[in-house]
Design a protein around this ligand. Structure first.
Ligand code: GTP
Ligand code: MG
Length: 252
């Protein structure tokens, strides 16, 4: 991985990972809102040299907020590796935070929900999921096609992951540091399948996973990065993992 670091003050008990590719229209408002919460998390932005200048905006924000860290990669390299590279970076800091939040940087996930995720995580949970599909959860602004893709992805994931969770593909989560330390060597996902792999590991290790309702709002600014190739790669991963699982269960 070629990462250029602009490191500030990674000394908080909570880190928030914001993967960005062309989020110039969203990142500033998002960082301001996180900064306005009652506590100060370390914010780790992983930007893949977005041509729309997202990284430059984050550098400007660093002048006002010393708790913002910017990691840059030379080209778009996938959501999965963006998240795992951030995990690796956070865990190698001298005092890594107790809780690590992941969320989209397109304002689909409401930063005001972070305190509720942390509250639930304090009940000794390894993973708390901000859930669109449990009782009280909502999705706003998706068309039928996007909703169907998400529901099908969830149903398929449920076949690989034995957890009593309604939303297995949500990217809004709070992980405990210990849990990420345990699973990091197993994380090799390039793109969106990272969301399954992190929960598959939880299911294998009998980790404590819970979900709390959130309202997901479709991005108002910028474009989705979920391409046909990424959807295909997600389904291939599901197929490969299901085949691996069934071989394992039929091997005497
Ligand atoms: N660093 C990095 N970030 C990425 C990459 N792909 C997506 N992202 C970010 O990951 C987050 C989720 O991507 P979105 O495009 O919103 O995709 P999505 O939320 O799954 O799909 P939509 O519902 O269409 O928004 C956003 O903050 C993106 O900017 C990537 O290759 N590298
Ligand atoms: Mg999105």
């Amino acid at each position: 991985m070629s990462v250029v670091e602009v490191v500030n003050d990674p000394s908080s008990n909570v880190a928030v990972i914001l993967p960005t590719y062309c989020e110039a229209e969203n990142i500033e408002r998002l960082v301001h809102t996180i900064e306005d919460l009652d506590f100060r998390p370390t914010i780790v932005v992983m930007d893949d040299s977005s041509p729309d200048g997202t990284g430059e905006i984050v550098k400007k924000l660093q002048e006002a907020y010393p708790n913002v860290i910017l990691l840059c990669r030379p080209a778009k390299a996938g959501l999965g590796t963006a998240i795992t590279d951030c995990f690796r970076f956070i865990l190698t800091q001298p005092n890594p935070p107790k809780h690590i939040i992941t969320m989209d940087a397109d304002y689909s996930h409401n930063p005001q929900d972070i305190p509720r995720l942390l509250q639930e995580a304090s009940e000794h949970c390894d993973v708390v999921i901000g859930s669109r599909y449990c009782k009280g959860g909502k999705v706003k602004g998706w068309n039928l096609r996007r909703l169907v893709i998400s529901k099908v992805a969830n149903k398929l994931t449920a076949r690989l992951v034995a957890l009593p969770i309604n939303d297995l593909t949500s990217g809004f989560r709070c992980y405990s540091r210990e849990y990420i330390q345990r699973i990091l060597p197993e994380l090799h996902s390039e793109t969106y399948e990272i969301q399954i792999e992190t929960l598959r590991q939880a299911s294998i290790r009998k980790a404590k996973v819970t979900e709390i309702p959130i309202t997901f709002t479709n991005r108002k600014m910028g474009k989705s990065k979920l391409t046909k190739n990424e959807i295909l790669s997600f389904f291939l991963y599901v197929l490969k993992t299901a085949t691996k699982n069934s071989r394992r269960s039929t091997t005497p």
